[in-house]
Design a protein around this ligand. Structure first.
Ligand SMILES: CC(=O)SCCNC(=O)CCNC(=O)[C@H](O)C(C)(C)COP(=O)(O)OP(=O)(O)OC[C@H]1O[C@@H](n2cnc3c(N)ncnc32)[C@H](O)[C@@H]1OP(=O)(O)O
Length: 396
């Protein structure tokens, strides 16, 4: 029998061991991991009455987060550290952890949940959709890297790592207000996840370097002739051009790799010689779940005044199912209705379009959204439109 319980603080090490087993990693810094897991809400699936009495068979961590959405922020359950031991897999433990997480999020008044998936096929069945993507670039800087955008010429300066939370925090908050998909970063997150002394995933890279401008920052590391960009925020394209120019002109380096950039990053268009920029990847980033559909739809701003009837399917949260009259515009509304739907879609597809990263029109073409009223998909896209593509750079 499996019983779900909150994991007490003195079981945090068991969670870390379980994670190392299921994700196949060696624990190199248990203290830092303990710090991180201790800060989460923790749900454990304990095996009761079997041979492994009181086994921790499965687990989920949930951080109480804030997700930037068009026009503001929403409380969000940020789901992480999910695992089920190989000896307990495929008996419904993950499904029960997800149901418990949904119930907890609803009770805490969090209209959305979000996660990064270890594998693409896992979370769609639970109503998660890919809300934003990341693009990777490689820039050849073995010859001068000219830009068509005139860089902002105010001076850049290097910043000590310890000052990162204070100096970059407000800049990141402004970036999140401009661009949906950002998660709140506290001091611990900045120091331990954005600028740790060592990048555990790519330990060949050196110490983090942080370069700041009055209207932005870039975090990078170097290794041999390569500059790797980790994070960048720029309030204007000219500031962004200043950072690309800086990164391209670091002495003794020949290339920039930037594997985790927004899909609308300007570097490909700014480059005077487009052949110097290669797109190296495109991958799913944040998976979003609308736990409370009407609250989530009322909780973002909209780019056009319109009204839609949406027929929403949801295999796991009955309260979301059925027809909703969505009013977009200055005073958004979302109420139940019996009227005929303009569009019918699964809650996972509603999550995929929610931040403006995927056009509804595209999902109609894919065949997963039904357009009952001709033109409704285009109208909803106009209402969902955002000036900057959604982007999440915190893989939690
Ligand atoms: C946010 C994060 O932390 S992402 C990290 C997720 N964790 C991992 O990838 C670590 C390694 N894997 C595991 O620990 C486990 O296999 C888990 C957590 C992915 C799945 O746990 P389980 O308890 O086995 O899942 P559960 O039995 O509830 O499966 C429910 C359904 O999802 C399906 N499913 C589960 N995992 C997978 C998968 N990796 N790929 C495809 N389908 C899957 C099952 O087949 C089942 O389908 P069904 O309802 O049609 O029969």
């Amino acid at each position: 029998m499996i019983e779900l319980r909150n994991v007490p603080a003195d079981d945090v090490d068991r969670m870390i061991d379980l994670a190392a087993t299921v994700f196949h990693f060696r624990i190199t810094d248990r203290d830092r991991m303990r710090d991180w897991v201790s800060r989460m809400e923790r749900i454990g699936a304990y095996g009761i009455g079997g041979p492994g009495e009181d086994d921790l068979a499965g687990q989920m961590g949930v951080a109480a987060q804030r997700l930037s959405v068009p026009g503001g922020e929403l409380d969000c359950s940020a789901v992480t550290f999910v695992g089920v031991l190989p000896t307990y897999r495929r008996r419904g433990i993950l499904s029960s952890l997800i149901d418990r997480m949904h119930a907890d999020a609803a009770a805490a008044g969090r209209p959305v949940a979000a996660l990064w998936a270890s594998e693409g096929p896992i979370y769609g069945r639970y109503g998660f959709g890919v809300a934003d993507r990341r693009t990777g670039f490689k820039v050849d800087t073995s010859r001068p890297f000219g830009l068509r955008t005139v860089p902002d010429d105010r001076p850049l300066r290097l910043l000590d790592r310890e000052r990162v939370p204070d100096v970059l925090g407000p800049m990141y908050a402004r970036e999140s207000a401009r661009r949906p998909g950002g998660l709140a970063r506290d001091e611990w997150w900045w120091l331990n996840r954005l600028v740790p002394h060592r990048d555990e995933r790519s330990p060949e890279y050196g110490e983090p370097r942080v370069v700041v401008h009055p209207e932005g920052y870039a975090i990078y590391r170097t290794q041999g002739r390569t500059v790797r960009l980790y994070d960048m925020a720029a309030e204007t394209p000219r500031v962004e051009a200043a950072f690309w120019t800086y990164l391209a002109s670091i002495d003794l380096t020949h290339e920039i790799v930037a594997p985790e950039r927004p899909v609308d990053d300007l570097v490909t268009r700014m480059a005077a010689d487009p052949d110097q920029v290669t797109v190296t990847g495109d991958s799913a980033a944040l998976w979003l779940r609308l736990v409370d559909v009407p609250a989530a739809l009322r909780g973002r701003s909209w780019a056009a005044d319109d009204t839609f009837v949406l027929d929403v399917a949801d295999a796991r949260i009955p309260g979301n199912r059925g027809r909703w009259r969505l009013t977009t515009g200055a005073a958004p509304g979302c109420e139940r209705t019996g009227d005929a739907p303009d569009l019918a879609l699964d809650v996972a597809d509603l999550a995929a379009v929610y931040l403006g990263g995927t056009p509804v029109r595209t999902l109609v073409r894919v065949g997963t959204v039904d357009e009952h009223t001709p033109g409704a998909a285009d109208r909803l896209d106009a209402a969902l439109a955002v000036p900057l593509a959604p982007y999440t750079n915190d893989n939690f």
